[in-house]
Design a binder for this molecule. Structure first.
Ligand SMILES: [Zn+2]
Ligand SMILES: [Zn+2]
Length: 303
């Protein structure tokens, strides 16, 4: 009987995405206090924090790298999954399932992709892939204060590497993953819990990414004026984080969210909110897109 259970390309891709997302979740979680330490400048607390985070960083980095291995495997699988098998043909006699076979090491995968796939891997991707392979060593030997730098680099490199190998945008895949992952979270209430999580990590990225990098991944100038997206930010549960920017379509104004991509029609807001120079409100939500304050029905009826 021929070898059974040969995986297909999309199974490998999905597995890759899951590994990357779980690793990334962990790094982002570690990077949340990172902001706190940046703000409060507490060097002692920071050193202590990163020393205890070292093992976690190692595990998460490993997961992310393994995820990219799977994505490369999915590319090879597109040509022929048997190219992944490393065994000598004689050793295959007793193998029943694909999972009984040895597959190529991580370091060999880029060469296999570049030899058999129509589209070779970008040089920058190869550079980052190699960096990722050595990352665990770096983390093991880093002095504590440099561990924070390692975490920041992993976040940026993951976004960049993903852009080279995924047909979909990072934010789109991240949103989809977070939505599916919510099912596993016992504490997720009826509200969109995962959106809050994405908003929180948006704050990390906003702090971390330089303007050119931010623009490359979100398609928007970092310093552009931003507003609330009521699909992502539920003000009862999440602090005010502005993730949407203004766009014009058919002579009408909308906000477009960087996280969920939703477009929300807006109208000029001349209602006076205390302490808020409101310019627009969301027609659908009846709330000011600057402070979230309700727009009174009498005002809504005028439009
Ligand atoms: Zn949104
Ligand atoms: Zn307002």
């Amino acid at each position: 009987m021929p070898i059974q259970d040969i995986p297909n390309s999309s199974e490998f891709f999905y597995m890759g995405v899951e590994h990357i997302m779980i690793g990334y979740d962990g790094i982002i979680e570690l990077s949340d206090p990172l902001i706190k330490y940046m703000e409060y400048e507490d060097p002692e607390g920071e050193v202590e924090f990163w020393e205890s985070a070292r093992l976690k960083l190692l595990v998460y980095t490993g997961l992310i790298h393994e995820g990219f291995d799977f994505i490369l495997k999915s590319k090879i699988c597109d040509v022929n999954p048997l190219l992944l098998i490393k065994n000598n043909p004689k050793e295959l006699r007793n193998k029943k399932s694909f999972s009984d076979c040895l597959t190529h090491n991580s370091s060999d995968l880029p060469d296999i992709v570049n030899s058999f796939c129509t589209k070779p891997l970008d040089k920058r991707f190869l550079e980052l892939f190699e960096l990722g392979r050595n990352r665990r060593n770096k983390i093991r030997h880093s002095v504590d204060k440099n561990l924070k730098v390692q975490a920041e680099e992993i976040i940026k490199e993951t976004l960049e590497m993903f852009s080279f190998v995924s047909p979909k945008k990072w934010v789109e895949v991240r949103l989809q993953y977070a939505e599916e992952d919510e099912v596993l979270n016992l504490y997720a209430a009826e509200i969109d819990f995962y959106r809050g999580k994405l908003v929180k990590e948006f704050i990390v990225l906003d702090n971390l990414l330089k303007p050119d990098f931010f623009k490359k991944h979100f398609g928007v100038d970092k310093n552009q004026e931003r507003f609330l997206c009521f699909d992502c930010v539920n003000l009862d549960y999440v602090e005010e984080v502005e993730t949407a920017y203004l766009i014009k379509k058919d002579n009408q104004k909308f906000t477009k969210c960087m996280i969920c991509d939703n477009e929300d029609k807006i109208a000029p807001n001349d209602f006076d909110h205390e302490g808020c120079e409101c310019k627009y409100y969301s027609v659908e939500h009846g709330q000011c897109i600057c402070c979230g304050g309700s727009v009174p029905p009498v005002f809504s009826n005028k439009i």
